[in-house]
Design a protein around this ligand. Structure first.
Ligand SMILES: Cc1cc2nc3c(=O)[nH]c(=O)nc-3n(C[C@H](O)[C@H](O)[C@H](O)COP(=O)(O)OP(=O)(O)OC[C@H]3O[C@@H](n4cnc5c(N)ncnc54)[C@H](O)[C@@H]3O)c2cc1C
Length: 285
């Protein structure tokens, strides 16, 4: 099918983009970034936005910068930018390890990091990264700039704290200290499909014991989140099978797993147990 008729605006500056968005958002206007989620939905006429604010020609939104403490990812940075580490150290390596699980190569060439966060699919790998690493989202509108912590940003299945006239201009992720271990694992039925469950973990070693553990789970609940019960099962323990299994069990027990036509909650809970344990094994390898 073809999309319903729409008017496409192509602003050249961020100011112009948010001014147009403020005008058209109340009339079902939407931001168009990579189009890899929005365009298929429009083609199936599941969404019929009357106006699109295409941000692909807005100057400066395709930049990735780092000030030594934070990585800043602009609204038009494509998934493919992360195929190679974008910054030295564990964060660049983590992003490069995760990106290859997102969809397929052609989709990664167009889809954007920020578009994934704005779209907020429960199984999105970038949403899991943002939630686990406590990213900050910078939303811009004609009212000014607003900083939203990841824990307050994701509101539910494909639902965020962004107002209809706000553009997610960039995301800030704190750099990971040197020596941080990380591990990622996801389960999907076919390569490139959305994950049915995904786990992301990071930790440091202090005197041979785990410190500062972060355990994030995606795909199991309406949005990804850190699992404090699993993190406290790790901190102060040696990075070994016993602690990994205890943390995986704690994560499986903590999630309120979603059900759908393919899976029961119990099956998804079991997947959470598996992906968290495998992510921890990946981190310690
Ligand atoms: C076959 C297929 C498989 C896929 N598999 C995966 C997968 O495994 N994992 C995964 O994470 N994704 C997957 N995707 C989705 C893909 O990653 C998209 O690129 C991503 O979800 C949305 O990014 P986008 O830039 O394409 O956004 P768009 O499609 O342009 O927009 C998506 C939504 O976000 C809004 N939006 C976009 N950018 C902004 C912004 N800066 N500010 C405010 N609102 C904004 C739009 O208005 C729209 O509502 C898949 C897509 C396809 C077609």
């Amino acid at each position: 099918m073809k999309p319903a008729a729409f008017v496409r605006h192509v602003p050249k500056t961020l100011d112009e983009a948010v001014r147009i968005l403020a005008e058209v958002a109340p009339m079902d206007g939407r931001v168009l970034a990579g189009g890899q989620s929005l365009v298929p939905i429009m083609a199936f006429r599941l969404a019929k936005p009357a106006y699109l604010v295409d941000i692909n020609e807005v100057a400066g939104l395709d930049r990735i910068t780092s000030d030594g403490t934070t990585l800043n990812i602009g609204a038009c940075v494509r998934h493919a930018a992360f195929h190679k580490p974008v910054v030295d150290g564990p964060l660049g390596a983590l992003l490069a390890a995760v990106v290859r699980h997102i969809a397929h190569y052609p989709i990664r060439m167009r889809g954007t990091f920020c578009g994934s966060l704005a779209h907020a699919d429960p199984a999105s790998e970038w949403c899991l990264v943002a939630a686990t690493l406590d990213a900050a989202m910078i939303a811009v509108s004609t009212r000014g700039e607003r900083r939203i912590a990841a824990k307050d940003f994701f509101a539910g299945i494909m639902s965020t704290a962004l107002a209809e006239d706000e553009l997610l201009a960039r995301v800030e992720i704190p750099l990971l200290p040197a020596g941080t271990k990380f591990g990622f694992n996801e389960f999907s039925r076919r390569a490139g499909d959305f994950a049915m469950s995904a786990g992301l973990v990071t930790y440091r070693l202090e005197g041979g014991k785990i410190a500062g553990a972060r355990v994030g789970v995606g795909g199991a609940e309406p949005h990804p989140r850190r699992i404090p019960e699993a993190e406290s099962a790790l901190d102060g323990k040696a990075p070994a099978d016993g602690a990994f299994r205890a943390a995986a069990e704690a994560a499986a027990n903590a999630v309120e797993a979603m059900e759908d036509h393919q899976t029961t909650a119990e099956y998804r809970r079991d997947l959470v147990r598996a992906v968290v344990r495998r992510a921890l094994e990946h981190a310690s390898a």
